[in-house]
Write a protein that binds this ligand. Sequence first.
Ligand code: DC
Length: 232
Amino acid sequence: MEISTKKITIAIDGHSSCGKSTVAKDVAKELGYTYIDSGAMYRTVTLFCIQNHLIQGDTVDEHKLRALMDSIHIHFTFNANTEHYITWLNHQVVEEKIRTIEVSDQVSLVSKIGFVREKMVKLQQELGKDGGIVMDGRDIGTVVFPDAELKIFMTASSEVRAQRRYAELLSGGHKVTLLEVKENIEKRDFIDANREIAPLRQADDAVVLDNSYLTKEEQLQKIIDLVNERTK
Ligand code: DC
């Protein structure tokens, strides 16, 4: 693949489980860029809330969480041998723990809290300040990097997305049903798109990529073509 040497910022937003992180990792690898999974940050704060019993039913104890925000330190490492990105909460690897259905079920409650978003956005902007970054999430092109040179808005039908996530969870040994996964995805789509702060929406200058019927390779090629256009 022919690739330009100018390093840009690539924002990939879109619905839950439409393969944003897979394609974002592939793009980062192809370009020699850094990949940042912003959803992992919200998942990590959610895990912290669960571990500290800050969620009762559908309510997060925002008062306690606010007081504890400074004790939440999130960072990422990359294992070049396995090509895996690893998420850390303080001194603990939480990569597996943040992918459970329990965290997926609660994450929308935590990611709609203003002070949580503020801290995560700051961290994301800091990580991406030098460019050469691919970041995926819900508000990357609209809030985190409104000046990103390339913005992609990814989507796929909820059936296709549920199938993919279900297969992923099963292969990771998680016990769930396809229906549970589909309901979780649709619920998160609704909350993400309807929350007050930084709702999921397509940036005006984003390129829409519906990958329901695209292979991994086709998606990657489409994005690399767009990068080449932007860096010419
Ligand atoms: O990308 P993901 O499914 O791992 O993200 C987990 C949740 O975090 C998702 O339900 C919405 C939220 N999120 C967000 O609000 N803003 C982001 N930039 C990324 C994720």
